[in-house]
Design a protein around this ligand. Structure first.
Ligand code: ADP
Length: 477
């Protein structure tokens, strides 16, 4: 069976968030555990991190559709991912060199359909696995072009839907009367890429079982819950995983001090006991970020996009304002909403000894923060899956998270992390106090939890099997 995995980012070629990790790990796990030949296709952005000598041009054609009135050249390149599977890169200077939002995704989707029609990829897929709004027009295009391929949609985040003018349909040669408008948008005539994919794909998955239920509710349905109604049997929740182990050199190299769970302490390989290792990494990070140097002070971290609608920046901000900052240190890494960056910048200006805010994307620093911190805060209002809690546990860092989506499916409250139910700064603060109290006054319970966190298994193996089972099912439809 052949599967083409259409996605807008893949680590290490181009990564903006968790989806880039998934696009690397899931195909790797599927190929390792089954005979499925899964390959990935992404746009060939100018910034794509692939050496030219590793690229082979396999096709070049002029589009059949008059995109915005002009014909365009599409070139297809093939490269090998470091994990050993082919990745196709679609090149067009006007639309794909840099991300121009919906124009880029329209073009990308249509180019994939034409490439399949022309047999331009070096394999023929049986299934097109579409990820998020970026691949949202593919299921409808596949139907209209009468392609034999089945389509699967994976929703990584229902809130990002890709709404744009109906011109998007005209640009790719789709009849505008085929578009589904939400009743209140008839006047605006906004098409919604994710909605099109929900309606036209053969099967839908989301990235955790809890989120698969939540998206049917008004609270989490992001306005699409009404359209999902009746599709319960077609929506499957499969938890994402991570493919690293704590022994992975990628995780350890940026660290001054390697450490691991007690069962793996090894003098020869210089794997330190985690308590000692985390303390040393904490001191190294405090020096690097000009925080007060104190190996004993509890350090809490936040790593993620500054998305106010999702990541719980508001309740975390309200909590930090109330805390006695002589007793804690906070390290924040992330960027996005400028207003909220400004609000957090205020903290690091007034409390430079206790709070460090870094509004950048820096994977090495992320790794150092995971290792140095005692707790990772994940106050997300909603979280389809979340990888940070899994990564944190690899480093023996306990997550403190809002009980939603994939956080519920991966954190066991009081075992390998902490969960709070009500989305409020009070509930977050109470849980932070509970966690720090335990670390200070009940060391053996705390140590036990850290060991449990190290042992948590978030491997992709089981999830990959579930995807393969669904691929098989959809082919029988
Ligand atoms: P989302 O997909 O919503 O962005 P996830 O928790 O699924 O969130 O994944 C986020 C991924 O991106 C993790 O690998 C995390 O370590 C990484 N990450 C997020 N922000 C940054 C940043 N500013 N610098 C480095 N890595 C980051």
């Amino acid at each position: 069976m052949n599967v083409l995995f259409a996605v807008w980012e893949i680590d290490p070629f181009f990564k903006m968030g968790g989806l880039g990790d998934v696009a690397r790990s899931l195909p790797t796990a599927i190929r390792a555990g089954s005979p499925v030949d899964i390959r990935v296709v992404i746009p060939y952005y100018k910034v794509v991190n692939v050496k030219k000598k590793n690229l082979k041009k396999i096709a070049s054609f002029i589009t059949h559709f008059p995109f915005e009135g002009s014909e365009e050249r599409v070139e297809i390149f093939e490269t090998m991912h470091p994990n050993g599977f082919p990745v196709y890169l679609i090149r067009n200077q006007k639309y794909l060199d840099v991300v121009k939002q919906m124009d880029t995704w329209e073009f990308f989707d249509k180019a994939i359909i034409e490439a399949i029609e022309q047999n331009a990829f070096s394999f023929v897929p049986d299934i097109i696995h579409c990820n998020d709004l970026h691949a949202g027009l593919i299921p409808l295009l596949a139907k209209v072009h009468k392609l034999p391929q089945k389509t699967m949609l994976t929703i990584h985040n229902l809130a990002y839907q890709g709404e744009t003018s109906i011109d998007a349909f005209r640009n790719v040669g789709l009849d505008p009367t085929l578009a589904t408008f939400r009743p209140w948008e008839v006047k605006l005539r906004q098409v919604n890429f994710l909605l099109e994919a929900i309606i036209h794909s053969d099967v839908i998955t989301t990235v955790s079982p809890t989120y698969a239920k939540e998206i049917f509710t008004e609270q989490y349905g992001a306005g699409l819950n009404e359209y999902l109604k009746g599709k319960e049997g077609r929506v499957h929740g499969i938890l994402n995983g991570i493919d690293e182990t704590w022994q992975d050199p990628k995780l350890r190299l940026p660290l001054r001090y390697s450490y691991g769970p007690s069962s793996h302490v090894n003098e020869q390989t210089k794997i330190l006991p985690w308590k000692e290792g985390k303390r040393s990494n904490k001191i190294a990070l405090q020096k690097k970020l000009n925080l007060t140097v104190d190996g004993a002070i509890p350090m809490l971290a936040f790593i993620g996009r500054f998305s106010i609608g999702q990541k719980g920046l508001d309740i975390m901000h309200a909590m930090i304002r109330r805390l006695d900052l002589t007793k804690y240190q906070f390290v924040i890494l992330g960027s996005g909403d400028k207003e909220w960056e400004e609000r957090y910048r205020w903290f690091s200006t007034f409390y430079p000894d206790s709070i460090s805010c870094n509004f950048i994307f820096d994977e090495k620093l992320a790794c150092q923060i995971y290792a140095a911190s005692d707790f990772l805060l994940i106050p997300s209002r909603y979280e389809p899956c979340g990888l940070i809690q899994m990564i944190a546990m690899l480093y023996g860092t306990l997550p403190i998270a809002h009980a939603t989506g994939g956080l519920v499916d991966s954190i066991q409250d009081g075992v390998n992390g902490f969960l709070f139910t009500e989305y409020s700064s009070d509930a977050l603060e109470a849980t932070v106090n509970q966690a720090i109290d335990m670390r200070t006054h009940d060391e053996s319970s705390y140590e036990n939890m850290v060991e449990q966190a190290f042992q948590s298994n978030f491997s992709w193996e089981k999830s990959a099997e579930e995807y393969v089972r669904l691929y098989e099912e959809v082919l029988k439809q």
